[in-house]
Design a protein around this ligand. Structure first.
Ligand code: PRT
Ligand code: ZN
Length: 286
């Protein structure tokens, strides 16, 4: 199939696997053998560029790629003019300030006049300016967490996920300055033909995402409890109600947001629901 749009995804790293599995879950087939820098889908008019994440915002802004998947931290740091089409819900992390564990911390003015090492000088300087704190920012490209122990800086500003890297390096997190997740970005000047393909891709991504955050629920209930149960799990239009072989009982099938299910489970049980099954949904089109 002739490629019409190009998407830039991270070649290898924390975004790669989830980016590629999202695309696969959208039914888009492609080959990505190791070392490949480009690939074309066999069943969707899209071409893939496999790049370092740092380069993705710039490639999309310049139109070398039409779309890209990148962390919001990288996007905001690179400060490129692109549209954010969608938050993708994976690679969640935060950009935080940290100091040596034994030091006391009261508030952000702790950093006044101090040296801070980071790979995110723009996000950090915007934050500090906003807080009226003047600090010396040292831009380094990796292993930021060792900066205090080698005397380069009194504090660091780095990506945190579980917090174990900070802990292993004798540091403690004192301020979160930015929250990030993977986003789908797009060039601002796409023509109508490309926009049509982007819409198709977004439609599929939305269906995959909706499916993930919702569950299919099946349960049995006495007929006199049906009104209450329907009010708890109203479904997309309305639940399916099927009679059970046992008189006076029905089977109720519905769709519910996963977090809502856990909120409603006790009420469902006390309304008389039993034999409750919760089944994953692969895709959901509403
Ligand atoms: O080679 P390339 O330039 O493409 O990749 P990279 O090495 O620059 O980035 P990569 O693959 O490490 O991360 C890509 C994106 O994943 C980041 O830009 C973030 O948006 C997101 N992300 C999510 C993370 C983390 N979680 C994360 N934990 N990026 C980095 N980390 C690092 C962090 O820098 C620190 O060293 O993991 C360590 C902290 O993790 P915890 O779990 O110990 O707190
Ligand atoms: Zn990078």
């Amino acid at each position: 199939m002739n490629p019409i749009i190009r998407i830039a995804v991270q070649k290898s790293g924390r975004l790669s696997e989830d980016s590629l599995s999202l695309i696969k879950e959208c039914g888009i087939k492609f080959y990505n053998g190791t070392g490949k820098l480009k690939s074309t889908s066999t069943n969707f008019p899209i071409e893939f560029l496999f790049l370092r994440d740092d380069d993705i915002p710039g490639y999309v802004a310049d139109g070398v790629a039409d779309l890209g998947i990148v962390g919001e931290n990288e996007l905001v740091e690179k400060d490129k003019d692109v549209n954010v089409l969608k938050k993708l819900g994976f690679s969640k992390c935060r950009l935080s300030l940290a100091i040596p564990k034994g030091e006391e911390y009261t508030n952000i003015h702790h950093f006044q006049g101090k040296n801070i090492a980071t790979s995110y000088p723009k996000i950090l300087s915007d934050f500090l300016e906003n807080q009226n704190v003047h600090a010396e920012i040292h831009e380094i490209s990796g292993s930021v967490e060792i900066a205090p122990s080698i005397g380069l800086a009194e504090g660091i500003c780095d990506i945190v996920s579980s917090g174990s890297t900070l802990m292993m390096n004798g540091l403690k997190e004192v301020e979160t300055i930015f929250k990030s997740e993977a986003v789908l970005i797009c060039n601002k000047k796409l023509d109508a033909e490309k926009l049509e393909i982007v819409d198709k891709l977004l439609f599929r991504m939305n269906a995959v995402q909706k499916g993930k955050s919702n569950k299919y629920v099946l349960l049995n209930a006495p007929n006199d409890a049906l009104d209450k149960i329907i009010s708890l799990i109203p479904g997309m239009r309305s639940p399916t109600i099927l009679p059970l072989a046992q008189e006076g009982w029905s089977s109720v099938h519905s769709v519910i947001a996963e977090d809502q299910f856990w909120e409603n489970i006790e009420e469902l049980r006390s309304a008389g629901a039993e034999g409750i099954l919760v089944v994953p949904i692969e895709k959901m089109v509403i």
